[in-house]
Design a protein around this ligand. Structure first.
Ligand SMILES: [Zn+2]
Length: 74
């Protein structure tokens, strides 16, 4: 868990757009891959990485990076 956090902290995150129900992020992983993450205001989240498609109910490091980014903004 902590190594995932360390990884997430190193990722570059930016908000691409915001809708009434969701916030969309572009997350650049430590290996340089770009992932599209979205977080719903109802607490739902999604990522287009392989890990997320295999384990959709587990937070991947990209979603964690987006949450960390948001928590700094609020
Ligand atoms: Zn992911």
């Amino acid at each position: 868990m902590f190594s995932v956090l360390e990884k997430a902290k190193k990722m570059k995150v930016r908000i691409t757009h915001v809708t009434e129900k969701r916030i969309y992020f572009e997350v650049v992983s430590t290996s340089g891959n770009v992932y599209i993450v979205s977080i719903g205001k109802d607490g739902e989240f999604a990522c287009d990485c392989k890990h997320f498609s295999l384990y959709p109910d587990k937070l991947c490091s990209h979603v964690i990076a987006a949450i960390l980014f948001l928590s700094k903004k609020i």
